[in-house]
Design a protein around this ligand. Sequence first.
Ligand code: SAM
Length: 446
Amino acid sequence: MAKLHLITYGCQMNEYDSERVAGLLRERQYELTDDAGAADLILVNTCAIREKAEEKVFSKLGELKRLKATRPEMVIGVMGCMAQLQQATIFRRAPHVDLVFGSPAIARVGDLVERARREGRPVLETGEAPLVKITAKPPTADRLKAFVTVMEGCEKHCTFCVVPRTRGRERSHPPAAIVAEIEGLVAGGCREVTLLGQTVNAYGRDLIPPTDLAELFARVNDVAGLQRIRFTTSNPYNLTPRLIRAMREVPKVCEWFHLPLQSGSDAVLERMNRGYTRAHYLDLIAALRDAEPAMAFSTDIIVGFPGETEADFAATVEMIERVGYDNVFVFRYSRRPGTPAATMPEQVADDVKADRNRRLLQVVERVTGAQSARLAGRTMEVLVDGVSRRNPGELAGRTRCNRVVNFDGQGQVVVGDVVRVRVTEALPHSLRGALATPEEAVCWSK
Ligand code: SAM
C-alpha cells in the first residue's frame, strides 16, 4: 500500500474531515503513516480562523519543501478552510504544493490526488459541490467517541469571522443519514457522539420538511448502545425554548453546553453582528440552568475586537464571573481578509490585546477553579476513555459535564465502561476520584 501522512490543524470539524479523507484514500490503497519522510502523499488540513493558524500552515509547508526536494515524486496537498480562502495564493507562496482543495471537494479526494500525480502541474479545486455524507474512517480512529458532522457552513455573518467564506452556506445532512452513520459507529464500539456544526443549533431549517436539533436529539437518543450525545457549536441567537426543553428531556444529551459569548459588552456584540445582548444571553443561561441545574457551560471570548474599550473589557470580565463557566477559550482578535471588522476603525493595538488576554486568563483560572471545587465530594457518571496521562497505573474518563477524572480502576474497570466515581480532589484542570461503592452510587449529574 502507498503511504499517506495527514497533518490536521483547527477545529473538530477538521478532525472529522481528516478521518473521512483517510477512510476514502484507504479505499485507494493508501495507509496512514506518522512518518512524513516515508509518505507518498502528504495532506495538510488547514484552518483560517485566525492569521496565526495560517502562518503555522505556511511554516509547515516550508518544512515539507525540504522533504520534497529529497523525494520529488511525493504529492503534497493542502485542504480545508485556508485552501478555500487563499486558493492560488498557496501555490504562489509554496510552489512545491501539488494540490489545493476545499471542503466541498473532499468526496473526490482520490480522483484529485490521481490527477495531481498524473498531470504533474498544480491542481486547484475550490468550487461548490453537492453535500455528501461520507462515513469512511481509517481503522486507527478512536472507536469509543466520535465526531459526527450534521451540517456544513454558516450564514451568521459575524463581522470578525471568515467561516461563511470558507465553508459556504448552511446545509444540513438528513436525519436518516446521520442516524445511519451513528448506528454504524455504535456497531464498531462507539459510546459517545458529538454532533458538529458551525451553528449546530440552526440544524435542519434548510431541509424539506424542515426539522431541528431537538428532533435530531430524539432520533439519535433512540440508537441502542449509544450512551452520550454532545453537540457543538451553538449560537445564542438560534437557541430556542424547544432545544432547552430537549436538553432536559432527552436522557442521553449531556449537561454540557458550549455557548460562545464573544464579548460581554452590548456595544461590541452589536459591532460583531452577533444578534443578541448580554441580557438575552443571561436569560438563556438562566433558562438552561432552570431546565437542568447540573448544566456546565463553556464559551469563546474574543479580546481586542475593533473599538473595544477598557469598559467593554470589564463587562466581559463581569459576565465570566456572573455565568461561572467551567471552561473559557480566549482568543485575541485577528483581522481576517474580506470580513467587515478587518476594515473597522479603532483597531486595538497588539500589546493591548496581549494584556487583556493575560488578564482574562487569570479571571478564567479563578472562575473555572471555583466551578471545579464545587464538584469535590460529588459522585458522578464517568465514561472511561483511556489511561491517566499523569499515572499510567490509573484510568481516565470524562463526566457528563465534560470534566476529566483520573481514578484507580482497582482492576475491575476497563476502557469503555461507564462507572460511578466519587470526586476526591478538584485540581485546576482535572479531577481525581475513587470508584464509588454501590451505596454511594447516587449520581449528582443526571
Ligand atoms: N461558529 C461558531 C460561532 O460563531 O459561535 C464558532 C466557530 S470558530 C471556529 C471558534 C471561535 O473562534 C469563535 O467562537 C471565536 O471566538 C473565534 N474566532 C473566530 N474568528 C475570529 C477572529 N477573527 N479573531 C479571533 N478569534 C476568532
